[in-house]
Design a protein around this ligand. Structure first.
Ligand SMILES: Cc1ncc(COP(=O)(O)OP(=O)(O)O)c(N)n1
Ligand SMILES: Cc1nc(C(=O)O)sc1CCOP(=O)(O)O
Ligand SMILES: [Mg+2]
Length: 518
């Protein structure tokens, strides 16, 4: 039955002044519906909700699908897709448009027309052609539409290797080097940025994606999560990029955040069982549920952030003649996943000023920044949290002062201290000294055995610290206790000539060790 629009549908809008507007970042997804809710419109809605971004929807097709595959596809008439686009774009202050399944050439044309009429801040194109189950979702005629009309308008296009190959006339894609070539060739078609996703690349232990912004190539790698629940990862990644762009992130930062979001959702959902088929959906919200169960009280903290924890040292920076900000920038560029400013000799106002600059750097990379000891400095610069020790303010009091959103880490040498940190509302613990260190005076070494004991007892994620560097980080990561999430390092990064190289090398070592069987 076709319903006619009622007479109020075109009524005059009520004027709202700029100051009355309570703006929320807004993504419009133009995609197909997945009845199993793993991918498509449903994945986009869940992703945007998880990232706290408003999501409106233009539905291009309705699919009947489940974990076994796609049983049917019903296209929405093109003129009705155009009508949905006009309804949303003409009225709802969309920041970013993200596209998924566009099943006909005319649909691509209709979308491009609407975007020319109602320009938005950014266009994210996920060139969906084949479902993860192998079913065709867009025919060859759509390829021409992508190449000639949509890609030239895109701020980023996010093909997997099969889609990149199809867009480039069946170019062979067997290696990261092929992905780089493809990224360059796709960029020549007009999009401002290209992300070629290497998850399907054969013989690769990591999920390596190649990002190209027209000037620089970035290889973004994350450990492959061993799970059947990967249906909808492409839609989720693209809509998370769109959500972060809508919030104002730079493109590289949006891509990094999105990659980490997908990685942690897959990790948390690895054992979820929905459906009987080969490929299941994952839970976009499970990460938050687990975090709150384990007392990680804020959604910006992901335990995987502890993977490579860079802790600064003012004396080392003075020795090498660099500013705190220079040191932090080099570490995050090298792959540090979280940073702590441990500046024992800096005047308070200088500390606050430097922390603000570092915070900007870290935010642009999607990396959290914590302050050592100084709750006042953390509050003054609105850092992401603090790290405190047994002789500092209690975690309970820090939590009261900082509120539920900030990250709190506590140093613990014993299972009892780890238990207390959990009771007090900490988010993670730092445990050491794993090895002897010159960085912290009179520090008791607990060794790998002491670390194992703390990790086994801890309900919170743990990062190991103390004397860790290239020669022994692998041994720490191979401890194989699930709560151990990474290594925290001072001198092996900051008491070196080139922080960037040292961070890169250490990242490679711990990534390899984390993948090896225990
Ligand atoms: C990640 C991490 N773990 C442990 C510490 C040590 O903190 P603390 O015991 O407070 O000692 P100082 O760093 O203040 O000397 C840390 N900073 N980071
Ligand atoms: C700051 C700190 N805390 C430790 C603890 O055992 O809690 S060991 C330590 C110093 C770590 O420096 P490096 O990586 O240079 O050994
Ligand atoms: Mg301290």
């Amino acid at each position: 039955m076709q319903l006619q629009p009622n007479s109020t549908s075109n009524s005059t809008p009520i004027p709202i002044s700029e100051s009355q507007r309570n703006k929320i970042p807004h993504v419009l997804t133009v995609a197909g519906s997945d009845s199993g809710s793993g991918a498509g419109i449903q994945a986009d809605l869940k992703t945007c909700a998880a990232r706290r971004v408003y999501c409106s929807t233009v539905i291009t097709a309705v699919t009947a699908q489940n974990t076994l595959g796609v049983q049917g596809v019903n296209m929405v008439p093109e003129d009705f897709v155009a009508q949905q686009l006009t309804s949303v774009l003409s009225d709802m202050n969309v920041d970013v448009v993200k596209t998924g399944m566009l099943p006909s050439l005319n649909m691509v044309k209709v979308l491009c027309q609407s975007l020319r009429k109602f320009p938005v801040k950014a266009l994210v194109v996920d060139p969906v052609m084949v479902s993860t189950s192998g079913d065709i979702l867009a025919g060859p005629s759509v390829l021409a539409g992508f190449r000639e009309e949509l890609l030239p308008m895109a701020d980023i296009v996010t093909p997997n290797v099969k889609e990149a190959s199809a867009l480039l006339g069946d170019m062979p894609m067997k290696s990261v080097s092929d992905m780089r070539t493809a990224a360059k060739l796709l960029h020549d078609l007009g999009p401002r940025n290209v992300l070629v996703k290497g998850g399907d690349l054969p013989n690769s232990s990591d999920a390596i994606d190649v990002f190209f912004d027209g000037q620089e190539f970035y290889e973004l790698s994350s450990p492959r999560v061993n799970t059947r629940n990967t249906h909808g990862t492409g839609c989720t990644l693209a809509s998370c990029i769109a959500a972060e762009l809508a919030k104002g992130s730079s493109m590289l930062s949006a891509v990094k955040i999105a990659k980490r979001f997908v990685e942690s959702a897959l990790d948390y959902s690895r054992d979820l069982v929905i459906g009987n088929g080969a490929q299941g959906p994952f839970d976009h919200f499970l990460a938050f549920k687990n975090i709150s169960q384990s007392s990680c009280r804020q959604d910006r903290f992901n335990p995987n952030d502890l993977f490579l924890y860079a802790v600064t040292d003012s004396r080392m920076n003075s020795k090498w003649g660099r500013s705190i900000a220079e040191a932090v920038k080099a570490a995050v560029e090298g792959g540090a996943t979280i940073v702590q400013l441990r500046e024992k000799d800096v005047e308070t106002q200088d500390f606050v000023d430097a922390a603000k600059v570092c915070l900007e750097i870290c935010r642009s990379y999607g990396v959290p920044l914590l302050i050592n000891d100084r709750i006042d400095v953390a509050l003054a610069c609105d850092a992401d949290g603090v790290h405190i020790g047994q002789s500092d303010m209690s975690a309970r009091l820090a939590r009261t002062l900082l509120g539920p959103e900030k990250v709190i880490g506590v140093s613990c040498k014993t299972p009892e201290q780890a238990h207390q940190a959990w009771i007090d509302g900490a988010d993670y613990i730092g445990s050491g000294g794993v090895y002897p260190t010159n960085t912290k005076a009179n520090n008791r070494t607990i060794g790998l055995d002491g670390l194992r004991e703390v990790c086994k007892a801890s309900k919170l994620p743990v990062v190991a610290i103390g004397g860790i560097g290239m020669s022994n980080a692998g041994a720490v990561m191979k401890l194989g206790v699930p709560s151990l999430k990474g290594v925290a390092v001072v001198s092996a990064l900051f008491d070196r000539e080139c922080i960037l190289t040292e961070t890169r090398n250490l990242h490679a070592v711990i990534s390899e060790a984390a993948l090896l069987p225990q």
